[in-house]
Design a protein around this ligand. Structure first.
Ligand code: GTP
Ligand code: MG
Length: 445
């Protein structure tokens, strides 16, 4: 999502940065480009008008025209305006009840992703040490209850059900009993309808009255365009919404409407769904998203993912060996495994500053993944001794490894050469670090 928008904005700023000084005409052109890019991405036109006016005003106020770093200032001003549009600064945390359980109610149109989000949220909160209980309050479709129960089973978490004729009452009872069962957060999945109608709203109002949720989150399909934004406004008119969840942010729809939903409804976006899987949920960080859209990468999310999936001690030990050129194929193999756990290479690259364009150049069909897979196969076909000492790899051993890994001897030669070059380079860097001319984590001086 936002790929086209990101491309257009990146191109606009590249053009601007190519100018020696920003003239008023340059500024006007850039502002016009930003406006068109946002409108084409389907951002609400009123929100765009406001944003563009802000950018222009600030740019003139901050005298970017006379400054040598004018172009950079314009980028910064657009960045800040985007962050503001998305809700400002960092993520808005989920409410937490003073006296548990915290009750989170999920509402939304049919197919928006409520049930999936219930499972993801339970998973996320459990990772934070909480003890969630899921409640299947979608009683109209038997399959809906099954769906949530299947998710509960996958997560090893309890799922409570309610009677169709007493939804609101039963939810109240379930919540009242939750604490005694050692549950400190209750996530209620509700029924969705195709359209907003009075009956659904009345029903949800009754649920709100009996559940007294600390969070009433409206789940919105980010692919839904302006219709989704209108629906959000209608929900807000009837229910005490405390936040939004934008799902399907991984799709390649234009998605601009979702970007303006906060500005249009005034309700903060708290979470976003980034895949169909149970770990496909992230806190919604306006600043990080703005940086991603502007092609500045998202280092913080990358670091967090690394911390979640990579063994830091082991990584530091490897870094030390790397710099002393004692880094072996065995280490390399271990690193590949860890990187793979963090997600598809293309996604990871997109989070690195300036790497977004490179990520796009990766051939489609996950060629990067395949290349890594081949390297993995090569190392897997080596003996332990060979992994520790590449000097052993004579012609006949290389032939054997090629046959074992489904590659060719020339591929293996190429890889060995690259590896040797990397070792040489790292030895130099390691020498510099030891001499105190460079500071690296995990390297004693
Ligand atoms: N790619 C992607 N798919 C998602 C995401 N969230 C939900 N989905 C998919 O969207 C579809 C609908 O999700 P559900 O969770 O069943 O939606 P719901 O709101 O509970 O639907 P109803 O109960 O029918 O109202 C499913 O196929 C999900 O896998 C997401 O963040 N990314
Ligand atoms: Mg559902």
């Amino acid at each position: 999502m936002f790929e086209q928008l990101s491309d257009r904005l990146t191109a606009t700023f590249a053009r601007l940065q190519g100018r020696p000084r920003v003239t008023e005409a340059d500024l006007d052109e850039a502002v016009r480009d930003v406006r068109v890019a946002l409108l084409e991405a389907d951002v609400n036109f009123k929100v765009v008008r406001q944003l563009v006016a802000t950018v222009r005003e600030r740019a003139l106020g901050e005298r970017v025209l006379e400054s040598i770093s004018g172009a950079q200032q314009v980028v910064k001003i657009v960045h800040d305006a985007l962050v503001q549009m998305l809700g400002g600064g960092s993520a808005t945390p989920l409410a937490r009840a003073e006296r548990p359980p915290t009750v989170i109610l999920l509402v939304g149109l049919q197919g928006s992703g409520k049930t999936t989000t219930a499972g993801k949220l339970a998973n996320l909160l459990r990772k934070q040490g909480r003890r969630p209980l899921l409640v299947a309050a979608d009683v109209y479709r038997p399959a809906a209850v099954d769906q949530l129960q299947a998710l509960g089973k996958q997560l090893g978490l309890p799922v409570a059900t309610v009677r169709a004729e007493a939804v609101a009452d039963d939810i109240g009872t379930v919540i009242a009993a939750a604490s005694a069962d050692g549950r400190d957060v209750v996530i209620v999945d509700s029924a969705g309808r195709l359209h907003i109608d009075d009956a659904m709203m009345a029903e949800l109002e009754a649920v709100v009255t009996s559940a007294r949720p600390h969070e009433t989150l409206l789940v919105v399909d980010a692919m839904g365009g302006q219709d989704a934004v209108d629906a959000a406004a209608a929900f807000k008119a009837r229910l005490p919404l405390t936040g939004l969840v934008l799902t399907k942010m991984d799709s390649d729809a234009r998605g601009g409407a979702a970007l303006s939903i906060r500005a249009v409804t005034g309700v903060p976006v708290k979470l976003m769904g980034t895949s169909e899987k149970l770990d496909g949920i992230e806190l919604f960080h306006p600043d990080r998203l703005a940086q991603r859209i502007l092609g500045m990468g998202d280092i913080l999310t990358l670091v967090e993912r690394a911390q979640e999936h990579v063994d830091v001690k082991e990584a530091e030990a490897q870094a030390r060996r790397l710099l002393e050129a004692r880094f072996t194929f065995e280490d390399f193999y271990g690193q590949l495994q860890q990187i793979k756990k963090m997600g598809p290479i293309g996604d990871l690259l997109k989070m690195m500053p300036g790497m977004g364009q490179l990520a796009k150049q990766l051939p489609a069909g996950d060629k990067a993944e395949k290349d890594l897979g081949r390297i993995e196969a090569i190392i897997a076909s080596m003996t332990r001794a060979e992994r520790a000492d590449p000097a052993l790899l004579n012609g006949s051993r290389r032939k054997r490894i090629a046959a074992g890994s489904g590659t060719t001897v020339s591929e293996i030669n190429h890889f060995l050469k690259q590896f040797a070059e990397m070792q040489k380079l790292m030895k130099q860097v390691g020498g510099m670090a030891k001499a105190g001319r460079l500071r690296l984590p995990g390297v004693p001086r």
